[in-house]
Design a protein around this ligand. Structure first.
Ligand SMILES: Cc1cc2nc3c(=O)[nH]c(=O)nc-3n(C[C@H](O)[C@H](O)[C@H](O)COP(=O)(O)O)c2cc1C
Length: 160
């Protein structure tokens, strides 16, 4: 089974989890990167990023050579932004929405995901959902435990 880990990460939490998953199961990795990132200002980023998420912006992404269509199983990861998935994922779903694949969803959040998973699951409708998992800011909380949890989860998923 060909497996791809697709993710976007602004502050590195989702990247940490994505790399733990990919490393554990030997999957290919696709990191989504907007051409123009939101501000790095720690205060303003919530406003600019939150606005993009709420207005359903679809930022242009740096081009990539990976063809998600060629994979059987996609792990898809995002930080929660304004109770939904990050805008980079919205662009990805517009251009490469998986169809008839197995999908496993993961996210990182700061403690208030709200109805995040409802929206994320809706975005991948038409696929077989094989799992979902969330992490609360792993870098500053339970980094090592969360890495282990992500690895165990990934093994469970590919066993399905
Ligand atoms: C623009 C923006 C909006 C956010 N909105 C939420 C939110 O609605 N709920 C939440 O729990 N955390 C929210 N967060 C916190 C991030 O989801 C959390 O810190 C996550 O671990 C960051 O992942 P990353 O390091 O991969 O970017 C937000 C962060 C940013 C920058």
């Amino acid at each position: 089974m060909k497996t791809l880990v697709v993710f976007y990460s602004f502050d590195g939490n989702t990247k940490l989890i994505a790399e733990a998953i990919a490393g554990e199961i030997g999957a290919d990795v696709l990191e989504l990167k907007p051409v123009k990132e939101i501000t790095r200002n720690n205060f303003l980023k919530y406003f600019t990023g939150g606005k993009e998420a709420m207005t359903k912006a679809e930022p242009e992404l740096l081009t990539f050579n990976v063809k998600p269509e060629n994979y059987d199983l996609l792990f898809i990861g995002t930080p929660v932004w304004a109770w939904t998935y990050a805008p980079a994922l919205r662009t990805f779903f517009r251009d490469h929405k998986p169809v008839n694949k197995k999908v496993a969803l993961f996210c990182c959040h700061g403690g208030g995901p709200g109805k995040f998973f409802e929206k994320f699951e809706e975005a991948v409708s038409g696929n077989e959902m094989v799992g979902k998992i969330e992490f609360k800011d792993p870098i500053r909380n339970q980094k090592e435990q969360d890495i282990e949890m992500a690895k165990e989860w990934a093994k469970l998923i590919i066993g399905k």
